[in-house]
Design a protein around this ligand. Structure first.
Ligand code: R2B
Ligand code: URA
Length: 309
């Protein structure tokens, strides 16, 4: 159609489009984003999402709803925060909220859960012809040698061998992808934190594991095959390679965004210092306040980019 030719032309004028790297998609008449309960035939994705500039993802559905309400207030948008609806209410896999140019989505826990979400998110941004999008993961983590409540902006996302790469098994073979994040965005986030001056923020490597307990060297799981000394030696090694926090999604998040040409950053608050223990003992209220810190940082970044401050 004329409209779609026009859109293609317009898109070719801007370089920062979201790139899907899959030739098969072009041959599909319809694309169903199953876990979002959205599709190219059932929904007008350019109309629904075409103006998105910032995507914030985080593990918990409730936290991402709170973030949507918070950013609505911060951007002083018209309307009532109680009217912000879950776009994915037809499925309980993920929750999604749109507030002006900001999309807030939950991704569940761990690499498989976030990678399914990211496949569908990146296709959604592509179908909606979004451009100049920045994606943030705002999450929680275990700190390595940091006071609880410290916010870590990720320099390199590394695997459990401290390598800045993500390995995916495809057709029985291991594919390795680089986990580069956008240094410009990370440095701007650090700048935001010094402007806010509300809580400690550092830049450091983030280690991504496939388990919360043994996989993160915890002694308090249902299984444990190592000693306290083994644990501390591993954390010391991690610290010496630049690791400052541990979580469960950063490598695949960085790898998929980088491969698709999307600027991305990871901002996680530390809930405890793993050199001091494994259990998360802070009160509910303290944990809630900690989890708002990455949200406050990203909100400040977004407001600056929109020229609101
Ligand atoms: C941080 O917190 C979750 C585990 O408690 C996991 O999703 C992560 O990366
Ligand atoms: N999330 C993690 O993955 N690890 C922690 O220690 C805390 C939160």
């Amino acid at each position: 159609t004329d409209q779609s030719d026009y859109n293609k032309h317009e898109d070719s004028l801007t370089n920062n489009l979201v790139h899907v790297k899959n030739p098969h998609l072009d041959t599909m008449e319809e694309d169903i984003l199953y876990h979002f309960n959205l599709g190219t035939k059932t929904h007008n994705l350019p109309e629904m999402f075409g103006d998105i500039k910032f995507v914030c993802v985080g593990g918990s559905a409730n936290r991402m709803k709170s973030f949507a309400q918070f950013i609505h207030q911060e951007l002083a948008l018209p309307g009532n925060i109680d009217d912000i609806r879950d776009i994915c209410e037809g499925t309980d896999r993920y929750s999604m909220y749109k507030v002006g140019p900001v999309l807030s989505i939950s991704h569940g826990m761990g690499v498989p859960s976030i990678s399914i979400m990211l496949h569908e998110l990146i296709k959604l941004l592509h179908h909606a012809r979004c451009h100049d999008v920045i994606v943030f993961r705002i999450g929680t983590s275990g700190g390595v040698g940091l006071a609880p409540g410290t916010v870590v902006v990720t320099d390199k996302a590394v695997d459990c061998f401290f390598r800045a790469q993500f390995e995916q098994v495809v057709l029985g073979k291991v594919i390795t992808r680089s986990t580069v994040l956008d240094m410009g965005v990370s440095e701007e986030l650090l700048q935001c934190s010094s402007e806010l001056n509300n809580f400690p923020t550092v830049i450091g490597n983030t280690m991504c594991t496939h388990d919360f307990y043994e996989g993160q060297g915890r002694l308090d799981g249902a299984l444990c095959s190592f000693s306290t000394e083994d644990k501390l030696e591993y954390l010391r090694k991690a610290y010496d390679t630049g690791v400052r926090n541990i979580e469960m999604e950063s490598t695949v998040f960085a790898a998929m965004c980088y491969a698709c040409g999307i600027k991305a950053a990871v901002i996680c608050v530390t809930l405890l210092n793993r050199f001091d223990g494994d259990q998360i003992t802070s009160s509910h209220d303290v944990l809630v306040e900690y989890q708002q810190r990455p949200q406050v940082l990203v909100a400040h970044f977004i407001k600056k980019h929109l020229g609101l401050i």
